[in-house]
Design a protein around this ligand. Structure first.
Ligand SMILES: [Zn+2]
Length: 250
């Protein structure tokens, strides 16, 4: 957990450093460079309105656009990676890691795990974890089963691999509705504090939805957090346990 917090903090430090260097060289731009809210690296989601945007199935050719938005808006996301995609798009994975985004395992072949043998489920979870670790140097501690298809064997396999099972409680079905405005409306109509939103950085229509979504969420008082940050003050995430949403102010 310490390492994750540290990574989350790094972006905030980088933002401050950028603002300071701009202040030193071009004083006239101070108002502009400090206008963006600093990244909330230590938010307590038991008392703040938190939301976690999660992105599945990447990295793909569209991931860069999401990362550009997150960086520009000093926000963070959680990415559930398909193992071979992580190997193919190593630079994007490293960018996610360095930016303080959280990275989770989303299997090797994206199957419905509940129809596979235990051995096959174990292979899907463990192999993708190793593929991701071969890029970042760190094993993921989050796992999301494709399609949300889960049973006792899936929980066991995730637990054995040291990962918590992270599902969601808000889906705008961006895999079906390829329309950024629709995606934004669908999330904003149903979002509640503690929401875990599932999106996909595999469709061209999802990245354009993210800038307005983040701005609108912040206008409603939401803090953008990673999934580990969401649970950091309420006991953290346990390997093999299942999570659909985070804590919320009572
Ligand atoms: Zn998926």
């Amino acid at each position: 957990m310490t390492a994750r917090w540290h990574r989350g903090h790094r972006r905030a430090v980088a933002v401050v450093a950028t603002a300071l260097s701009l202040t030193a060289s071009t004083p006239g731009t101070v108002a502009t460079t400090t206008a963006a809210a600093p990244h909330p690296h230590s938010v307590d989601c038991r008392t703040s309105r938190c939301v976690a945007l999660t992105f599945d199935d990447g990295p793909t050719q569209y991931t860069n656009a999401v990362l550009d938005t997150l960086e520009h808006m000093h926000a963070v996301g959680t990415f559930f990676l398909i193992g071979p995609h992580a190997l193919q798009y190593r630079a994007d994975v490293l960018r996610e890691y360095r930016d303080g985004d959280a990275i989770g395992d989303h299997t090797v072949t994206h199957p419905h795990l509940t129809v596979l043998s235990r051995a096959r489920v174990g292979h899907e979870t463990e192999t993708a974890a190793r593929q991701i670790a071969s890029v970042t140097g760190h094993r993921p501690t989050l796992f999301r089963p494709p399609f949300g298809a889960m049973d006792a064997h899936v929980r066991e396999a995730a637990g054995a691999a040291g990962m918590a099972v992270v599902l969601w409680n808000l889906s705008p079905q961006d895999w079906k509705h390829h329309n950024a405005a629709y995606i934004d409306r669908a999330v904003l109509a149903r979002v509640r504090p503690g929401a875990i939103v599932v999106l996909h950085d595999r469709y061209a229509t999802t990245p354009p939805a993210v800038p307005h979504l983040i701005a609108a969420l912040r206008a409603r008082g939401y803090e953008l957090v990673t999934v580990p940050q969401m649970f950091a003050t309420s006991g953290g995430l346990r390997a093999g346990a299942v999570y659909h949403h985070g804590p919320a102010p009572s």
